[in-house]
Write a protein that binds this ligand. Structure first.
Ligand SMILES: Cc1cc2nc3c(=O)[nH]c(=O)nc-3n(C[C@H](O)[C@H](O)[C@H](O)COP(=O)(O)OP(=O)(O)OC[C@H]3O[C@@H](n4cnc5c(N)ncnc54)[C@H](O)[C@@H]3O)c2cc1C
Length: 460
């Protein structure tokens, strides 16, 4: 049957909730984080268990419909929805079970970072993941997972021990170093290409709070700020130190006075996750020399910093993203970043300059499917705005900015920070791991049932 012909009906073996066009909650259930993707699926299958996932996959395949898989719904290119297809919605599967003695957590495929953080922090433990609490664990993990603890504890995939995966033919497989190790390898960086992850198992690390130096400098001082970041993050930098700078208009945050909000500049978060005394000495020295026009140096509970920008990045805005990796923060790269940072339009748009290295680099390049371990910096340019009338202008700024910084980047792309016009850039996303990823794809999804993602074409 052609796509879009599904009428209200039960699906054999499905015990979750089915939402069809016309149902009262259809519009609420079909919306994803990025309002640019206003799609109308034929059916939203809200799953409660792996058997529901298998039944929904079988139904979509039988009906010849596209199948989108949705965890937290934060895909910026809109991969987790589709027109006239099935959305397999994992959100009802959001349980997080922590074993504090074994230091492990089992996390269902629809959990959000906030749900994971709250459950693990109840025991003073943590999974290193992203920085906005309404982001989905699943999509973030499958692409790699960068965040404020990555230099200390590695990418999110570096703490992944196992996953339970529902494959295109409805099997429920365990993927780990011991079982289906090729699938386990591919899941760690290969996006949602191989199946639907019903549950992740993570190793946990000890952490309750961070010492954070937060600063704001006007845009004319941005070169000085980025040069200082380069200096602090040079090769001998401790893993406990993380530098992130955001070229943007000053956001409404507690440590920025209301008169400054909206002023173009550079906001930095210089975060320390190690022994407090050493961190305080280091961050106080930076603060003293740095003379920000707004700033604070405080010990911040992990849950507080993880939710600090939730509101600024609330769902329903429009986003277009470009990003890449750099081996160094060279003078020409700094000049390009600052030049484009001065042209930021929307109060939500920013150029993010994120230090990598540390624990990320100590994992062997071939150990997981994430191929960018040697990068020193991740440069992320998410344009974010509210009014559809500004689409052209904001997209043009992000493209211009990326064109300016692009010559100083590696050419590699982070799967989770790619735009919808980069779907054909599998080489950029997967780099040296692409060939092996294609073998794994042929083994687990030879018909490319899971193609609404940064796709690995099994036929290539
Ligand atoms: C506000 C915001 C903040 C962000 N912050 C960070 C950050 O700090 N660090 C970072 O690394 N990234 C960050 N990202 C990017 C984020 O990692 C990606 O958008 C990611 O895809 C989101 O995962 P999700 O489950 O919410 O997305 P979805 O839109 O639900 O899914 C994204 C992709 O993953 C697939 N997928 C989802 N669930 C499953 C599953 N259970 N099994 C198999 N495939 C699945 C989907 O099919 C789709 O291809 C952020 C994004 C936003 C919008």
């Amino acid at each position: 049957m052609a796509g879009g012909m599904t009428t209200q009906q039960d699906i054999t073996g499905f015990e979750g909730e089915l939402v069809y066009p016309g149902d009262v909650d259809y519009d609420q259930r079909r919306a994803i984080w990025n309002a640019m993707h206003d799609r109308r699926p034929a059916l939203i299958a809200r799953c409660r268990a792996p058997r529901d996932v298998a039944a929904a996959i079988a139904h979509g395949r039988r009906e010849g419909m596209p199948i989108a898989v949705r965890g937290g719904g934060h895909s910026m290119p809109g991969h987790s929805t589709c027109d006239e297809g099935v959305v397999i919605d994992l959100r009802p599967m959001n349980a997080v079970r922590v074993d504090p003695v074994a230091r492990r957590a089992r996390v269902q495929g629809g959990a959000l970072l906030g749900e994971l953080d709250r459950a693990t922090q109840a025991h003073g433990l943590v999974v290193p993941a992203g920085v906005v609490s309404h982001t989905g664990v699943a999509g973030l993990t499958l692409g790699g997972g960068v965040g404020r603890l990555m230099r200390r504890f590695g990418l999110t995939i570096d703490s992944l021990l196992a996953a339970e995966v529902v494959t295109a033919d409805g099997q429920v497989l365990t993927a780990s170093e011991d079982e289906n190790p090729d699938l386990f390898w591919g899941l760690r960086g290969g996006g949602g290409n191989f199946g639907v992850v019903a549950e992740f198992e993570f190793a946990l690390h000890e952490l309750r709070d961070l010492l954070i130096l937060a600063t704001f400098h006007p845009i004319d001082r941005a070169p000085e700020v980025l040069e200082r970041g380069r200096q602090e993050m040079a090769s001998a930098a401790p893993d406990e130190l993380l530098w992130t700078s955001f070229l943007r208009k000053a956001p409404p945050l507690p440590w920025i006075s209301p008169q400054l909000v909206g002023r173009p500049g550079v906001t930095s978060l210089i975060e320390w996750s190690g022994e407090a005394g050493r961190g305080r000495r280091l961050l106080e020295a930076i603060q003293a020399e740095f003379r920000p026009i707004a700033g604070s140096l405080e010990t911040v509970p992990f849950l507080e910093i993880q939710t600090m920008t939730d509101e600024i990045f609330a769902a329903g805005k429009r986003t277009y993203i470009k990003a890449g990796f750099a081996r160094e923060l060279s003078d020409p790269l700094i000049a390009a970043l600052c030049g484009q940072g001065a042209e930021v339009g929307s109060p939500f748009s920013q150029i993010e300059v994120l230090a990598m290295g540390g624990a990320i680099r100590r994992v062997a390049p071939a150990a997981t499917a994430f191929p960018h371990r040697d990068a020193a910096w991740l440069i992320n340019i998410p344009a974010t705005w509210e009014d559809a009338g500004a689409d052209d202008e904001e997209i043009a700024w992000a493209r211009r900015s990326f064109a300016a910084v692009g010559p100083h980047l590696t050419g590699g792309k982070y799967v989770n920070f790619m735009g919808d016009d980069e779907r054909s850039d599998a080489g950029g996303a997967y780099g040296a791991t692409l060939r092996r990823l294609q073998e794994v794809k042929r083994a687990y999804d030879p018909e490319n049932v899971f193609r609404l993602n940064q796709n690995i074409d099994p036929q290539m």
